[in-house]
Write a protein that binds this ligand. Structure first.
Ligand SMILES: Cc1cc2nc3c(=O)[nH]c(=O)nc-3n(C[C@H](O)[C@H](O)[C@H](O)COP(=O)(O)O)c2cc1C
Length: 169
């Protein structure tokens, strides 16, 4: 059963998973899951905001450019293989939802669904985006991460709802 939670109730778990095997950014219609390791959870404009960073080379990028919202789905332990598939295979070539055996549930606040196997998920409405600007980016970071000049697009999602799966958490 999905139970509503506060936007920052799962903060430490979320940051831990981002730095670990990753979490899932789900976007598009039909929805495509992509593993992400970079992102932030915090408050901007007196709103709870989840930022996600997507390189323009990803299939997800085209989906996000057309999207009004997205969900961030945090899988429980035991999904390492699924996160590896969603972080190495492209939705251009396969239906990752099907390959991973994920099932989708209807979100309460946004059009994008969520993965029902998640321990918890965030429902986010896109309120801003910008491309990283190499002219004002630290040179060492630019050299280390952007040799192919595929600077991330940063999407700011207002967190409209956070839901915890009480059967898992
Ligand atoms: C642990 C992990 C974290 C990742 N984090 C990001 C990220 O934050 N942003 C990004 O653009 N790609 C990230 N990737 C790479 C994408 O998940 C990968 O390129 C994926 O195949 C893209 O899928 P798509 O083409 O269906 O969008 C990550 C991959 C892994 C394994």
């Amino acid at each position: 059963m999905m139970k509503a939670a506060g936007p920052f109730d799962m903060y430490h778990e979320t940051i831990g998973k981002l730095a670990g095997n990753g979490i899932i950014l789900l976007a598009g219609d039909p929805p495509n899951p992509m593993t992400i390791g970079w992102g932030t959870l915090g408050e901007i404009w007196h709103m709870p905001i989840f930022t996600v960073l997507v390189r323009p080379t990803r299939f997800t990028f085209g989906l996000m450019e057309k999207a009004r919202d997205f969900t961030v789905c945090v899988l429980p332990e035991g999904y390492k293989k699924h996160l590896a598939i969603c972080g190495s295979k492209s939705g251009r070539d396969m239906d990752k939802i099907k390959v991973c055996g994920f099932t989708l549930g209807q979100s309460a606040n946004v059009g994008t669904p969520f993965i029902t196997q998640s321990a918890f998920h965030y429902e986010c409405r896109i309120v801003h985006k910008h491309r990283l600007d190499p002219s004002v980016l630290d040179k060492a970071i630019d050299h280390k991460y952007y040799q192919t000049k595929d600077w991330h697009m940063v999407y700011y999602g207002e967190i409209m709802g956070t839901f915890v799966n009480s059967e898992i958490v």
